[in-house]
Design a protein around this ligand. Structure first.
Ligand code: BEZ
Length: 211
């Protein structure tokens, strides 16, 4: 069965460009994002890996460790890394798993046989410090991901993990949030000292609590 939100992220040991990774130990007490690439030396993947290297500081700020995966061996990743730096202007600064035996792609359901029976799709898994899966996204091989969107979702996940709020459509860090319906008005007065506005009894808006 496919991995679902709230499941414990499967643990594994696999080789990477930064040595052997024992996944749960590697995550430690941080958040993590695991994302797959169909193949080395392919154009869309090259742009994605460069973009993630550029954004690494943004992931660090959020306490998120980043790890990529491709079903080619680490020796190919190392050669490809030179092209990524040359063409994208950013050196690979996070590990890339060499999943030649499909161990990790199998565990995480990253190969969708009706799309392609050997290469992975573009999967994204965001995993919390409790090792549970908080977000999954799947893109086809032909569409490069929007990693700014993934940062935006991480901001929402980290906020909603700590406060009884949800985030509305197109929300960005710093904008108003929604008081979750399970909180009574009485409790909301205590939980949200900046106040809240009742648009409808089920739609209550409050300034972002940690700002
Ligand atoms: C790419 O990364 O460019 C790519 C990989 C597999 C299929 C299509 C595109």
């Amino acid at each position: 069965m496919a991995i679902q939100l709230g499941d414990v992220a499967p643990d594994f040991t696999q080789e990477s460009t930064e040595g052997t990774i024992r996944f749960h130990d590697w995550i430690g007490d941080k958040w993590a994002i695991l994302f797959s690439h169909p193949k080395d030396f392919t154009p869309v993947c090259t742009t994605e890996l460069g973009e993630v290297a550029k954004l690494k500081g943004e992931f660090d700020k959020r306490n998120v460790k980043v790890i990529g995966l491709s079903v080619d061996p680490v020796s190919d990743h190392t050669k490809w890394a030179k092209d990524i730096e040359e063409t994208q202007g950013h050196r690979l600064n996070y590990p890339l798993l060499g999943d030649g035996d499909r161990k990790v792609s199998g565990l995480y359901g990253m190969i969708h046989p009706n799309a392609n029976d050997t290469l992975t799709v573009r999967s994204v898994f965001v995993i919390g410090p409790d090792k549970k899966v908080k977000l999954t996204i799947t893109y086809p091989a032909s569409t490069g991901r929007n990693f700014e969107e993934i940062l935006r979702v991480i901001d929402s996940l980290q906020l909603t993990a700590n406060y009884k709020v949800a985030t509305p459509v197109n929300w960005r860090d710093g904008q108003d949030c929604i008081v979750v319906p399970s909180v009574s008005d009485e409790d909301a007065k205590k939980l949200f000292p900046k106040g809240f506005k009742t648009v409808k009894p089920y739609l209550r808006v409050t300034p972002q609590p940690n700002r």
